[in-house]
Design a protein around this ligand. Structure first.
Ligand SMILES: Cc1cc2nc3c(=O)[nH]c(=O)nc-3n(C[C@H](O)[C@H](O)[C@H](O)COP(=O)(O)OP(=O)(O)OC[C@H]3O[C@@H](n4cnc5c(N)ncnc54)[C@H](O)[C@@H]3O)c2cc1C
Length: 470
């Protein structure tokens, strides 16, 4: 660690904005990637940062980056540390640059249908500010009560209403970011600009490797006149898949598509618990018509109406896991140990994007690969679109070990076919430490160009090194 680092940083952000040890530093050491799921990257989680700095303005972010660049100190941008891939995990002797003190909702405009927010605004706070103005935030992940806007942009996160509103990145109209050398760049908040290149795309889903997002203007939506959430059950995963695909082929656009086929050992060895929650919102007549059409498609594909009380519970409790996670960390005497252990969660969850025509074939291939590794699938699910397939896997044989080598191998073996079939290995959580070794597999000849962009914007490789962009 550089001598006098904390004092240097205090000169930039003031005495209340720097921590260099103790529980406060451990609160921003690491993210929600636990040792078990980190597999081959597990030892990287043992690293500690040199210090953490919490600026209150874009100018301070700029000065911190200028300082770090001059002294070649790595910087890891940090929102709320809820990322599940280790993208916000510290690297040796780094400065963690936390955005939590930049949490203002600057402007909400019902006329422009936009909200300008600082990067450290927690999504829930943004949603509440919009609600007061009769507006809706289009991004609603499980982690809405705990994740920040900057983190969601940097991981291009997907939420419950992603079926209608797309990922977080797609809702960014314009943003402000600070480059490694301290230069501030701003992009205009308009729905389209024909005079490219589109600079703001550089900061979406790039995990803080090309710049630190300090502010964003988001597209927001009217509070809907009507809202319907309907539950269906299907006899197997395929039939529900066909129902969702048929809706998309017809041009129906639900707001929520949450489809999950549960295969926990306590259930029968069939997909009989395949449950689909479909949400529609918008003008009353439109919602009625869309719901009726979706309903008849579900029945045609073998679905049966589920219990409305199940749907209500599903919606009411959609953020419960995040709140539990937050409570557990708040109570922990050692937040780093709590994150690394993560409550004994000994499974992995994967989220691949594929052309719709390949999803079922891919799923069949996965089943074979996983069976040959003696890895069990506990859930198959679709989120938002028929192209977005998720699955939860578990290797019972390693239940007592620290990490599962067979599970790690199986994960690589199922993600690479997704890439070869024209898909992507991860559609919402990013790459971080966990999947960095597979990035090349979907670069499609673009790796050299990406390296040149990184070298031009961050020639000393100080921004989040060792992750997405090497
Ligand atoms: C219980 C739980 C539920 C979850 N549910 C979902 C879900 O439904 N959908 C989903 O997509 N994800 C989900 N996640 C993952 C996580 O919440 C998202 O990845 C979220 O977007 C991360 O936000 P964060 O503020 O915590 O970012 P962090 O974890 O702090 O950072 C994530 C990445 O972004 C970078 N970064 C953070 N802020 C900035 C910035 N201002 N500028 C540049 N780079 C920055 C970091 O360096 C890191 O690379 C969940 C996680 C948990 C623990």
């Amino acid at each position: 660690m550089r001598r006098g680092l904390a004092a240097d940083l205090r000169r930039i952000v003031g005495s209340g904005g720097v921590v260099s040890g103790g529980k406060e530093l451990s609160q921003v050491t690491g993210d929600a990637l636990n040792t078990f799921r980190a597999f081959r990257a597990a030892e990287c989680l043992a690293v500690s940062p040199a210090a953490a700095v919490f600026p209150t303005s874009t100018q301070q972010v700029s000065r911190v980056l200028k300082f770090a660049n001059t002294h070649r100190i790595p910087v890891v941008p940090y929102g709320a540390g809820t990322g599940v891939m280790g993208a916000a995990a510290p690297v040796e002797d780094c400065i963690v640059l936390g955005l939590r003190r930049m949490d203002a909702v600057r402007n909400v405009s019902g006329e422009d249908m936009t909200a300008r927010v600082q990067a450290g605004v927690v999504l829930e706070a943004a949603a509440k500010a919009l609600e007061k103005a009769g507006l809706l935030l289009g991004h609603d992940p499980w982690s809405r009560p705990i994740a920040t806007t900057g983190g969601a942009i940097s991981t291009d996160s997907v939420g419950y209403t992603g079926a209608k509103h797309g990922s977080m990145g797609g809702q960014v109209l314009g943003l402000e970011a600070v480059l490694a050398g301290g230069e501030v760049v701003r992009t205009r908040a308009v729905p389209n600009r024909a005079s490219g290149p589109d600079l703001h795309g550089l900061f979406v889903g790039t995990e803080g490797t090309l710049g630190v997002v300090t502010e964003a203007t988001l597209r927001v939506f009217p509070k809907p006149e009507a809202w319907r959430l309907i539950p269906f059950t299907f006899p197997n995963f395929e039939s529900g898949y066909h129902a969702v695909a048929a809706m998309y082929s017809l041009g129906l656009r639900p707001t929520v598509v949450d489809y999950e086929s549960n295969l926990w050992p306590s259930d029968a060895e069939t997909d009989s618990t395949a449950k689909l929650y479909l949400g529609f919102d918008g003008p009353g007549g439109v919602v009625e018509a869309e719901t009726a059409r979706a309903w008849s498609i579900c029945l045609e594909m073998g679905g049966r109406e589920g219990k409305p009380s199940d749907a209500a519970k599903f919606w009411r409790t959609r953020h419960s896991i995040a709140l539990r996670y937050q409570r557990r960390l708040a109570k922990a005497a050692d937040p780093v140990a709590a994150r690394r252990g993560a409550g004994g969660f000994r499974m992995d969850y994967l989220h691949v994007a594929l052309p719709a025509s390949k999803v079922l074939e891919y799923r069949r291939r996965c089943q074979k690969i996983l069976a040959s590794h003696r890895v069990a699938v506990r859930e198959w699910s679709l989120w938002a679109r028929p192209e977005l397939l998720s699955f939860l896997i578990e290797d019972d044989r390693d239940a007592g070990g620290q990490t599962s080598h067979s599970l790690a191998e199986a994960v690589d073996k199922v993600l690479t076919p997704a890439q070869r079939m024209g898909g992507s290995m991860e559609y919402c959580h990013g790459v971080g430490l966990k999947l960095a070794h597979l990035v090349e597999g979907e670069s499609d000849g673009g790796a050299a160009a990406t390296k040149r962009i990184k070298a031009a914007l961050d020639p000393n490789n100080i921004l989040n090194p060792g992750k997405l962009l090497g």
